[in-house]
Design a binder for this molecule. Structure first.
Ligand SMILES: [Zn+2]
Length: 104
């Protein structure tokens, strides 16, 4: 499915808010995850180069800033992931997984 054109922003915002509320900002990487979720939410709404594979629960996204393509479903190919940090790709994959479970 193509995400940017099909996603209901209200539902997505709700899921993002719930996900952020569950994170303790004082926990390891807590603030980074909160940031990643916020960035992911904005990107899901605007990045037209994002598709979701239902079978593998993985998100394919092309980054407009780095011209890289990332696939995320718990692992990722970006620098942040390589350094052991949260990244917006994984946050986006998670948000969309929840979104699809909730709206289908
Ligand atoms: Zn990543």
């Amino acid at each position: 499915m193509n995400i940017a054109t099909e996603v209901n922003k209200e539902v997505l915002g709700q899921i993002a808010a719930e996900s952020i509320a569950k994170i303790d900002p004082k926990s390891t990487n807590g603030k980074r995850w909160i940031n990643a979720i916020a960035k992911a939410t904005a990107e899901i709404e605007t990045n037209p180069f994002m598709t979701y594979e239902l079978e593998s629960h993985s998100l394919l996204m092309m980054s407009e800033t780095s011209n890289q393509t990332y696939t995320a479903n718990g692992t990722c190919q970006c620098k942040a992931f390589a350094n052991g940090f949260p990244c917006r790709h994984r946050a986006a994959a998670r948000l969309i997984t929840i979104y699809i479970e909730r709206t289908r």
